[in-house]
Design a protein around this ligand. Structure first.
Ligand code: EPU
Length: 337
């Protein structure tokens, strides 16, 4: 374990923002993690997983801890289900492919989501009708207060839409070190009702899809809409889809007849932020080396050497414009640091 000085975080965040960490350490086992957490000389710490859900706006004047814990193992299985434990530093999509290769179903709809296993529960990643909570069994995390490992069940995590205890009152207090997923070995509960998946499977000529087919379909859909961070820096959806009252929605339909919505409960609906941002005229807008993606207005992009501050200012302009046009507040999904 080596503590490095003045390291660029550009390779460690999918937005590709070039800021410096005063100190940086990459951790590949729990003992090293415990040791580093017990050092008093670095009171200011930043934890970094896949760096896929953050916008860095300034240099970090402390210790960046890169969680690089690797390993996947089966911890339980019977005839029907399997529990797979993955350590926090495993790349999410590679983990999905590992499961599909073994014939384990449940996370195929979550193919190609950037990031690592350890950060996936924090925002309860989701796509195409499936959320991480649907397959989550438990996770382990180190408490930053007492350096002890603690287990969190699904109930403990209090998952919600892009939300969990780790974004609420446990925020900044734990480091997730591993996650156990409960997956199916056969009779998979395929979730192909999402319009785009149905369409893509039809296009592929598949009538009886396997988990591999669903994963391939999702991968193709994501590739067509979402930029690959390897080519264009981005952090997936920059904003959450806002929830508004049915009353407000009905009022909006007078002026915007084609506004889409998804039911939430009796009184509320969710509106796609991408639609609002597109209507506000931002889709595909480029401001020098940053902008709004041309195929999905919910995604802000860094075309080259953009500053985090520029992207943050663009996000604020988008929020202000959407508020003015629709009287809807859209909230950032990514963490701004
Ligand atoms: N839409 C537009 N213009 C746009 C983008 C979307 O009009 O530029 C409309 C679409 O026509 C559609 C609706 O908005 O009617 C929904 O679009 P889409 O299916 O692309 O999904 P989304 O609500 O924009 C959410 C997640 C994505 C996830 C997709 C698919 C959030 C914040 N985002 O996006 O998650 O991949 O559904 O399930 O919930 C992420 O979190 O990083 C992410 C990419």
């Amino acid at each position: 374990m080596q503590i490095l000085k003045n390291i660029s975080l550009k390779p460690y965040n999918t937005f590709g923002i070039d800021v410096l960490a005063k100190h940086f350490v990459s951790i590949s086992n729990i003992d090293d993690l415990k040791q580093i957490l017990s050092l008093n000389e670095f009171p200011n710490k930043l934890l970094l997983g896949g760096g896929s859900n953050m916008l860095l706006t300034q240099d970090f004047d402390g210790l960046v801890i890169h969680i690089n814990l690797k390993g996947i193992e089966i911890t339980f299985e019977d005839d029907d289900v399997v529990h797979v434990k993955a350590n926090a530093g495993e790349n999410w999509h590679e983990f999905v492919l590992w499961c599909i290769d073994k014939g384990f179903g449940g996370i195929e709809n979550l193919s190609l989501i950037p990031g690592n296993v350890g950060t996936a529960p924090i925002q309860n990643i989701g796509a195409y009708g499936v959320e991480l909570k649907d397959v989550f069994e438990s996770c382990e995390a180190i408490s930053l207060e007492n350096n002890q490992i603690q287990k969190f069940t699904k109930t403990d995590c209090d998952f919600g839409y892009r939300n969990s205890i780790f974004k609420q009152h446990a925020k900044g207090k734990f480091i997730i070190t591993s996650v156990i997923f409960k997956l199916t070995k056969h009779s998979h509960n395929l979730n192909t009702n999402y319009g785009a998946i149905t369409f893509q499977l039809e296009k592929m000529g598949i009538t009886k899809p396997t988990i591999k087919d669903v994963s391939n379909a999702v991968t193709l859909i994501r590739k067509s809409k979402l930029p690959d961070p390897k080519d264009i820096g981005n952090s997936g959806s920059f904003f959450k889809n806002p929830v508004i009252s049915k009353h407000q929605f009905n009022t909006l339909t007078y002026n915007f007849k084609d506004i889409p919505s998804y039911p939430v409960n009796e009184n509320e609906v969710k509106v796609p932020a991408g639609w609002l941002i597109e209507k506000a005229g931002f889709k595909g807008k480029r401001f020098g080396n940053y902008g709004v993606h041309k195929n999905q207005a919910l995604v802000l992009v860094n075309y080259g050497d953009a500053k985090g501050e520029d992207i943050l200012n663009l996000s604020r302009l988008i929020q202000k414009t959407v508020k003015r046009l629709f009287d809807i507040s859209i909230e950032a999904e990514v963490n701004i640091l």
